[in-house]
Design a protein around this ligand. Structure first.
Ligand code: SF4
Length: 153
């Protein structure tokens, strides 16, 4: 899945260097792979109570974390961790989404001032809010790798 965290870690380069079959639509636009053995992405917010929060626009990223892959790994910097679900959602909406809109050069109000205006822009990137409360039952494994340094948005 598209992930600034994976990009900062050089994950694609590291995996392809090991001759692993890797698909990334961030590296190869249009190369969506929704049923791999392992799906790797990050999260827009994590709660200390165990929930994983993600906001998506085209929604392929959140779809891949819900059904299709045999296994899902969320790789997250410590900056994603919030005390509870409400603050994790707030983080996703008020920090991660505007930063991603800026990164993607979207014509949205948040891309201008860095704040969410709950817009109805045609270029709105916030179209689905997904909260994992537990690992999806059809996956062999769904886990979080929490890294003790700030990564991504
Ligand atoms: S709802 Fe609109 S203004 Fe708010 S973060 Fe999403 S794209 Fe930006």
């Amino acid at each position: 899945g598209g992930s600034q965290t994976a990009k900062e870690l050089g994950l694609y380069e590291a995996l392809t260097a090991q001759d692993t079959e890797v698909h990334s639509h961030s590296v190869t636009p249009g190369d969506f792979k929704q049923d791999p053995d392992i799906y790797i992405c990050s999260a827009n917010g994590l709660s200390e109570t165990g929930e994983v929060v993600n906001i998506d626009g085209s929604c392929n990223r959140v779809a891949g974390t819900l059904f299709g892959p045999k296994r899902c790994i969320f790789i997250c910097g410590i900056n994603k961790l919030c005390p509870d679900l409400q603050s994790a959602i707030e983080r996703a909406r008020s920090i991660a989404a505007p930063r991603n809109a800026q990164r993607l050069h979207r014509k949205t109000p948040c891309a201008v001032d860095g704040k969410c205006h709950d817009c109805r822009s045609p270029e709105r990137i916030c179209r689905a809010l997904v909260v994992h409360m537990a690992p999806p039952s059809r996956m062999d494994k769904c886990e979080i790798v929490l890294i003790g340094e700030p990564l991504g948005f």
